[in-house]
Design a protein around this ligand. Structure first.
Ligand code: S3P
Length: 434
């Protein structure tokens, strides 16, 4: 489906964007490992997280929905079933990589595949350490790509340096660590999103972390029974980011985003916008299920300034960097994003997608780096046709830029927004003033 987004007068209103994708995935995956029933309010019903529900059902977990609440009937570490067929992971890197961690601990055989985009995404980063722990794994191109297969069991703990600070890799190893002999430790140069650790703590796992000069270290020991939990999932900062960006760049705008997760491993985009001078505030701070939450008020800011993003800052805003580059077109001076080569291995090559699409809408003063992007502002957005590369975050980001474009922006395959935000275009429409 193609979608055209045209220039608007302003955006105004209040939204509760859908729930956090990372936490929603983890409620199902970790809830499945618990001894009892986990209840989840505000579970994100979107493409990726429904893939996780489907996969855990196929592994023998009963998952029901009633009156908007999800009930995950955990089977403990030993109650999973060998799936009868290949598990289909759709577009979801998180489902795939975290589930490999669980499967590494289970003595049966599982084959895994995904859609065209997922079959191009690197898997050795997780399969290799799981192999070091003792799992039998293989996959296409020497274990780099899906389809891949795994037979788990007999794991021993390892100490692993997670060079890319990937939360998916860290989570997979911590999950495998629940089944492994002795202890499993992961060290990261910069702490990546820590929802797996937070949830495992609530569940009573033997897990501890520390910060040192080398970065962040988390260690887990097997043997503790995991307790089920009740959770109300906060709104996803990665989804709220689109409307915060819209409010900041569209003249005369003010938008309130309710119940947004502001965990420091996730809110780097908002902090970076503040550094650019954006008029953003957190109000009504509170805590939900061990995670900090606030409402965000964002207003039009005519005098944004360019900024730089360093390697250390990347993990806390990894999924928002394409959007930051788009906002940077409206800031005075240069914005330099570096140390973000990981963007090339997301649902699309997001560096290439941003640079090509910016040129397609009339922004020429943009440079593609091997590990980032340079944007020079302030630029008018002429408009034109962009390719989402079937990547939800690229589709939604360029839709926001469409709001200030002279001739409108047409987004190809815009319906891929359903991967994380099925109601995105409806919500966008609800805050537009023409
Ligand atoms: C995620 C981790 C990040 C992020 C992805 C979700 C998670 O990926 O980009 O959207 O839920 O653990 P990496 O682990 O590859 O950095």
């Amino acid at each position: 489906m193609e979608k055209k987004v045209e220039k608007v007068k302003s955006v105004k209103g209040e939204l509760r964007v859908p729930s956090d994708k990372s936490i929603s995935h983890r409620t199902v995956i970790l809830g499945s490992l618990a001894n009892g029933v986990t209840t989840v309010k505000h579970f994100l019903k979107a493409g990726d997280t429904l893939t996780t529900v489907d996969v855990y059902r196929k592994l023998g977990v009963k998952i029901e929905e009633s009156n908007g609440i999800y009930f995950i009937h955990g089977v403990n570490l030993k109650g999973f079933n060998e799936p009868e067929d290949i598990l289909y992971m759709g577009n979801s890197g998180t489902t795939t990589r975290l589930t490999f961690g669980v499967l590494a601990g289970l003595r049966f055989f599982t084959a895994v595949t995904g859609d065209e985009s997922l079959r191009k995404r690197p898997m050795r980063r997780v399969l290799h350490p799981l192999k070091l722990m003792g799992a039998h794994v293989d996959g296409r191109e020497k274990g780099e790509y899906l389809p891949a297969a795994i037979r788990g069991g007999n794991l021993r703990g390892i100490e692993f340096f997670n060079e890319k600070s990937s939360a998916q890799v860290k989570s997979a190893l911590l999950l495998a660590g629940l089944f492994a002999e002795r202890r499993t430790a992961v060290i990261e140069p910069v702490m990546s999103r820590n929802h797996t650790e937070n949830m495992l703590k609530i569940m009573g796992a033997d897990i501890r972390h520390e910060f040192s000069e080398g970065g962040y270290r988390v260690e887990i020991r097997s043997g503790k029974e995991l307790k089920p939990f009740d959770i109300d999932v906060p709104a996803d900062p990665s989804s709220a980011a689109f409307f915060v960006a819209a409010a900041v760049i569209v003249p005369g705008s003010e938008v309130v985003l309710k119940d947004v997760l502001i965990n420091v491993t996730r809110d780097g985009f908002f902090r970076k916008l503040k550094q650019m001078g954006a008029n953003i505030e957190y109000v009504n701070h509170r805590e939900e299920a061990g995670e900090p939450v606030a409402d965000i008020v964002a207003r039009y800011t005519p005098d944004l300034k360019g900024v730089s993003v360093s390697k250390e800052e990347v993990p806390s805003m990894i999924d928002e960097l394409p959007l930051l580059a788009l906002v940077a077109t409206q800031a005075e001076g240069e914005t330099v994003i570096q140390g973000a080569r990981e963007l090339r291995f997301k649902e699309s090559d997001r560096i290439k997608a941003v640079v090509e699409n910016l040129r397609a809408v009339g922004v020429d003063d943009v440079e593609e780096l091997e590990d980032g992007i340079i944007v020079r502002g302030k630029k008018r957005i002429k408009g034109g046709v962009v390719d989402s590369f079937k990547d939800h975050r690229i589709a939604m980001g360029f839709s926001i830029l469409g709001l200030i474009s002279e001739d409108g922006i047409v987004i190809k395959d815009a319906d891929c927004a359903y991967i994380s935000y099925p109601d995105f275009y409806r919500h966008l429409e609800s805050i537009i003033e023409r």
